[in-house]
Design a binder for this molecule. Sequence first.
Ligand code: PGA
Length: 257
Amino acid sequence: MNKKYRRCIIAGNWKMNRTPSQVRGFVEELRGAMPASLRGCSVVLCVPATHLHALSSLRSRRIAVGAQNVSEFESGAHTGEISAEMLRDLDVRYCIVGHSERRQDNHETDKMVSAKVCALLDKGITPIICVGETLEQRERELTLEHIAYQVKAALSGLNAEQVRRCVIAYEPVWAIGTGRTATAGQAEEVCYAIREMLRTRYGALISRKVSILYGGSMNGDNCAELLAQPDIDGGLIGGASLRSGEFAKIVAAGCAE
Ligand code: PGA
């Protein structure tokens, strides 16, 4: 097993929840509930842009600051957008890209996802690239084809060294916020396929180093089995990341791997 080559990452995705003034209290609770030693596991909290300052000003060494979106543009006339440089200035270390909710609600295309990945890497921020199939695609047995297409598109134009700095999150759309988790076998099958694709395109050295996460109704009860899979290196957690005790349980399971 090659898990020792890569970092376990447990990333919370708060989506559009909580307020900036609730950040400090949550982080204090989470710190108190997390294992004393994270054993190399990275804990990330991806909060709305309005909460980033509150989170980064806590200067926690154990909880990395994550954003949920970035502009594909560098600067200029893009009202309402936030650049990678602005995120960097707030000590943001990770940023979710291409979440299915943004692909749906904001019509984010593969081309935009790829531009955002480049913008982030350029500023030294780790993109957490989300890919996933719909229920219809799964039922029509198009899952692996669709995932391969999304991964290829998101990484297009990157060299191997840049790919090594990316994180990929497999999030089946039908499992997000539905309470319907992929089985450990289903999740591992896709994460393995992603790693195989990285191996054929960028080589074994790179594919061994890229962390691949699972997301979609992960919680304190189902996390251990999912995180124990050989190609699942962590989780992207929505609903359960809003409850400090539950999130800490997932962190503990990640540290145990
Ligand atoms: P969920 O969300 O854990 O609430 O299903 C995961 C995600 O959308 O990142």
